[in-house]
Design a protein. Sequence first.
Length: 150
Amino acid sequence: MLKQLALILAIIIVALLAIVAALTIVNRGPENEEGEANPPEVSGSRTTIMVSVGADGSQVEVGCRLPVEGQSPFLVTFENRTGEIDDYQARVLVRLEEGGRSTVVAGAPELRPGERRSVVPEPWLEPEGIIGCEVLALQGSDQVIILEDP
């Protein structure tokens, strides 16, 4: 009788552990190549450009994300698609509702290969009133690439 009770208790414990493990896997969400959980996406308009930075044609993706009311500030994103760690800085033209324009600078120091990083540019802008953005230039540690004159 005691052996049967121990066996039933062991089966119940194993079943509970299996349920907890299954719920943990379901709640983790999708993962990227590095095994890290993907950050939640903030919806909103986004302007992205790919810039070739190496002699081998390797690229860096630079973009700006317009703020969505109550969700985020104005952000500039960098994704290093090269094989090297580098410091990147972007100059971005921001268009405002009243017809005004402002130029901001955002940096992503020591951006690793495959890493994507979103940063708040300087000077910080109030999210209200921003209607558009355009990446003007990208600077790596050894070069400056002018994309378009303002």
